[in-house]
Design a protein around this ligand. Sequence first.
Ligand code: FAD
Ligand code: DLZ
Ligand code: SF4
Length: 524
Amino acid sequence: MPTLVPILGDQCSHNLASLKASDPADSVVLMMEVGNECSYVLHHKQKIVLILSAMRHFAAELRTRGWTVDYMTLDDPANSGSFSGEVERAVARHRPDAIRIVEAGEWRVQKAMEGWSARLGVPVEILGDDRFVCSLPDFFTWAAAADRPMEFFYREMRARTGLLMEPDGKPAGGQWNYDKDNRAGPPHEGDFPRRRPNEPDAITREVMVLVEQRFGNHFGRLDDFALPVTAADAEAALDEFISSRLPNFGTYQDAMVIGEDLLFHAAISTSMNCGLLDPLDACRRVEAAWRAGAVPLNSAEGFIRQIIGWREYMRGMYWREMPELHEANALGATRPLPDFYWTGETDMRCMAECVRNTRDNAYAHHIQRLMVLGNFALIAGVDPRQISDWFLVVYADAYEWVEHANVIGMSQYADGGRIGTKPYAASGAYIDRMSDYCRGCVYDVTKKVGPRACPYNSLYWDFLARNEDKLAGNPRLRNQYRTWGRMGPEKKAAYREWAARVLDELVPAGPSWARPDDASGSGA
Ligand code: FAD
Ligand code: DLZ
Ligand code: SF4
C-alpha cells in the first residue's frame, strides 16, 4: 500500500521535505484545488491564479520526474471543497498505510492536519518545513532565551548560514547592518529599470478564465497578470532583479515614486512563499553578485537581512504567538475599515496610488504597506482584524504566517509590542520625505488642520494622544511624546478636533469584501 503525500499550494518545491523522504515507486502525491482555500478569505484574483497555475505546472513537472500524482481540479463535480474532505476521499481511493505531509503555513490548516490521523485511522507524519533556514523548535529556543529584537536573531542566522561572513567569523565589511544606508528619499531622475514582461502560457490562461468565472466578485484585476508560476520563471525573475534592480535596492529600499510599482524591489515574495524559489539559494546568489563586485554591500546586506532576518523572524513569531495573535487588539482599536481600501477612491494621493498598485498587481512594496496603508489604519484606529483581513486578501504573497506577524504585530502593534518594538505611526512629513506623492496631492502636507490639511497629520497626533497611557513609556516614542507634551492646550485641542472631523468623514467599507457572507471557510 502506498504512502499518500499531500502537497499544498504553497509547497510547490521539488526539495520539499515530504518528497525527499518518499520514494516515487511507492507513493502517491495528492494535490487538491479546493474552493475553501480560494475563498476562506476572498483572495485577490491574481493570488488564486498564481496558486492554481503553479500547482498545475508543478504537478506536470512531478509526473515527468516519475511521481504518481493524483490531482483534483476545482471544477471536478466530486470535489468536496476542503483539504480534509479531499484527503479523506484520497484515503478511500488509495488505501495508504501512511500519510506524509509538510507542516502548514497557516494555523487553521495545521490544526486540521493534526486531526487527520484520528479522523481517518491512518498514521500521519507531519514533517518540519526545511525550506526555512531556522526550524520552529530552534526559533522557539532562541526566542525563549531572552526578549531580544530581530537584529540578534539575524546575526545568528548570518553565522549559521555563513552569508556575508569573513573567514574570521566577522561580518563582511565590518558591520552587521547597513540600514542607515537604506533610507534615501526618492531618486530624482526618472530612469527606472522596467520589468521583463511575462506572458501567461496556456495553463495560466485557462486558470484565468476559471478564476473570472468562479471568483469574478473578488478584489483585483487580472489584466496584467505577470507573476512567475514555475521555478524556471521565478529563477529568471530573480536573475533580472539581481542584474537590473539590486544595485539600487539598498539605497532606495524605503523610497516611493508615483507610477513605479516595483521601484528597485525584488518582487520575489510570491515565488518564495509558494515554493518556486528557494530563499537561501536566492541569498547565495545575491552574495555572489556582491563578491563579484556587481552590487554594493548595502544592497546585498539589505536584501539578505530581509530574508534570513525578517522573513524567518516573522514566521517564528507567528507560530510563537498564535492563536492569540489572530484576535490581538492591545490598543483597543474598533473603527471599521474605510471603503477606500477597496475602491481606491480618495483624494489622498499616497493612499490612492498604493491601492491602485495593490489592485492591479496584487503587490505593494514594503514601505507602501507599512507607512501608507498600515500607518493610516493604525493612526485612524481601525480594528486590527479588519485591516489584517484586508492585507490577507489583497496580496499574492499573503499567508497568515507572514501577514499576521507583519500586520497585527509590526504594523498595528495590536500584540502590544511582542513582535515589533514600536508602532509604525507617522505623519505626512515622513511620506513627503520618502516619496514624490505629496507634490501632486489635493492635501497640503505642511498643514495640520483645516480643509486642505493632510489627514495623516492630525490623525498622527490624535493617535499619540489617544494611546498615551499605553505608549508614553515606550523609549522609542520618547521624542514624539516630548513634542506632544510641549504643545499648548489650544494647539492640542485643535489637532484633536480636526482629527475627529477627519475620522467622522471616513466611509466604512461594506462587510462582504474580505470574507464570505456565511461563516464557511474558517477551517480547512
Ligand atoms: P523586497 O523588498 O524586494 O524584499 C526581499 C524579500 O525580503 C521579500 O521578497 C520578502 O520575502 C522578504 N521580506 C522583506 N521584508 C519582510 C518582512 N517584513 N517580513 C517577511 N519577509 C520580508 N510579506 C509577505 O511575503 N507576505 C505578506 O502578506 C506581507 N504582508 C505585509 C504587511 C505589512 C503591513 C508589511 C509592513 C509588510 C508585509 N510583508 C509581507 C513584508 C514585505 O512588505 C513583503 O515581503 C515585500 O513587500 C514583498 O515584495 P518584494 O519581494 O519586492 O520584497
Ligand atoms: C492560497 C491557496 C489557494 C487560493 N488555493 C489553494 C488550493 O486550491 N489548493 C491548495 O493546496 N492550496 C491553495 N492555496 C494555498 C493554501 O491556502 C495554503 O497552502 C495554506 O493556507 C497553508 O497553510
Ligand atoms: Fe498623502 Fe498627505 Fe502627502 Fe497627500 S499630502 S500624499 S495625503 S501624505
